[in-house]
Design a protein around this ligand. Sequence first.
Ligand SMILES: NC(=O)c1ccc[n+]([C@@H]2O[C@H](COP(=O)([O-])OP(=O)(O)OC[C@H]3O[C@@H](n4cnc5c(N)ncnc54)[C@H](OP(=O)(O)O)[C@@H]3O)[C@@H](O)[C@H]2O)c1
Length: 255
Amino acid sequence: MSNASPGSLESVVIVGASSTLARAMAACFAARDHALVLAGRDTAELEVIAQDLRVRHARPCHVVHFDALDYGSHPGFVAQCAAALGAPPDGAVVCFGVLPAQEDAQEDFTVASRCLDTNYTGAMSVLERFAAVFEARGSGFLAAVSSVAGDRGRKSNYHYGAAKAALNVFLGGLQNRLHARGVSVTTIKPGFLDTKMTWGLDMPARLVTDPERAADMAVRAILKRRGVVYVPAYWRLIMGVICHIPGAVFKRLSL
Ligand SMILES: NC(=O)c1ccc[n+]([C@@H]2O[C@H](COP(=O)([O-])OP(=O)(O)OC[C@H]3O[C@@H](n4cnc5c(N)ncnc54)[C@H](OP(=O)(O)O)[C@@H]3O)[C@@H](O)[C@H]2O)c1
């Protein structure tokens, strides 16, 4: 299952590591004895996060530049991660994402297109590059943070939801392709999280989860090689109900 030689640490690349949820996931992996690569656009900020993880967990923690929208750089990025670690990683977790205001996405094609290009195309592009390495090796784990928003189109966020729905289908197919090669693929579907992304948004307080708790649930699911995990688990029930509301009723709801 692991690429790690006896006595060496398993390793994971966190892609989009400046995200609030990703930072908490990186800490969970470090606490479980993983060497880390933190990847993202703001390498100065990532270096601060990396230094904190090195001090707290005494694990190797490297920083590599990554831009989800610079698709041409993704093959080289995967090679840079392997060079930093001294071998290809055991796993990769895609955490980046953007949540534009729905009205902005409706009115401005550039905003709508950036939402799809980042949340779906950027994730698909980098996951395929890691998938090729793990498939050839015959081991590894892949995961991406999607969203419950991808389960049903809602008028309040259907551009974001459409991109996450595409990601869900992609991850499902990738999981089926890689299963026979011993590579797991986990789709993480959080509900409301208290992060930078949702700062200032009106969310039902009882349904908001803190990023540390969400990260712990997500990392456990990844390491157990689960296919899909709702974070927290009660979102599976909530979305099951939402998906079964008849269309005639659903369009009258302010969801
Ligand atoms: N918060 C929620 O309620 C919620 C619910 C369901 C799912 N999610 C998903 O959870 C994941 C983590 O989000 P979060 O809640 O932790 O929000 P966040 O703190 O705002 O993190 C979003 C991250 O995406 C990165 N990013 C955006 N565009 C990028 C690009 N072109 N290249 C590389 N990185 C890019 C940002 O990096 P910069 O620092 O460079 O801007 C930032 O680190 C996302 O996929 C999000 O869709 C969040």
